[in-house]
Design a protein around this ligand. Structure first.
Ligand SMILES: [Zn+2]
Length: 244
């Protein structure tokens, strides 16, 4: 690959850990992106299909609850009260459930059939089973949440195009990804180097990607929850209707 899909004019070079990284924005594209869709799906299924339907222990539930409150608090500080919320990639469904409890009208979008039906039943929330690209296009949301999802998406530009089209004017998009620019990422043992991650984002790479869609970054922060992850949270506010 010669040019970066996000910032366009910089070459990719192998970094000291052997990953291909953009000189301009720091985006890392994993070697696995050379695999075809079927192979990528197999990797994903091997790691996610059933593990997300196992009950978490009390500690994990407790920290998840704290995380959910923190994320919802941040989101609420940037929007004017619209309650329609879409989460893409729903994990165990705890975030959707937490948002529902705080009065949001929640919908999930989830590629795994097992997880989608598990969460739908457990929490009584609406979950669309499929890729966001196939999500009904007439729907619109005040808030869209992607927590540790973007790094799994094989075609982030195309996915973002759809996501932004589902976002209302002045809606809030909340993105959390592992931060390739973090100190920990310079070590081979960084917890986010996972077999199922396809891209690694720096804050500049996220800014380049969201910038392609006319999104304004209102807040970004690096955060270390108790699990030991360094995360970059980026929040964007849609400023103008996006021409697609
Ligand atoms: Zn770049």
């Amino acid at each position: 690959m010669k040019n970066c899909p996000f910032c366009h004019n910089s070459p990719f070079r192998k970094n000291k850990l052997g990953y291909y990284q953009c000189d301009g924005c720091g985006l890392v594209i994993d070697e696995k992106m050379r695999l075809d869709t079927l192979q990528l799906d197999k990797i994903k299924d091997a790691y996610f299909e059933d593990s997300f339907t196992v009950e978490k222990d009390k500690w994990a539930q407790f920290f998840d609850g704290l995380n959910t409150s923190r994320v919802l608090k941040t989101i609420s500080s940037f929007q004017n009260g619209g309650k329609k919320l879409l989460e893409i990639g729903i994990g165990h469904g705890d975030f959707l459930n937490g948002a529902k409890k705080q009065g949001f009208d929640v919908t999930g979008c989830e590629t795994s059939k097992t997880i989608a039906s598990y969460v739908q039943k457990k929490y009584g929330v609406e979950v669309f089973n499929g890729y966001v690209e196939d999500f009904p296009k007439e729907r619109e949301f005040d808030v869209i949440v992607l927590r540790h999802v973007l790094e799994h998406m094989p075609d982030p530009i195309n996915s973002m195009k759809k996501i932004v089209s589902l976002l209302k004017d002045k809606g809030v998009l909340y993105i959390a990804v592992p931060n390739i620019g973090s100190f920990n990422a310079s070590f081979k043992g960084w917890v986010a180097y996972e077999p199922y991650h396809l891209f690694y984002y720096s804050d500049k790479a996220l800014a380049s990607l969201t910038g392609l869609f006319g999104l304004n970054i209102r807040k970004k922060e690096t955060y270390e929850p108790f699990s030991g992850f360094f995360l970059t949270f980026l929040k964007t506010l849609r400023s103008a209707p996006t021409q697609t």
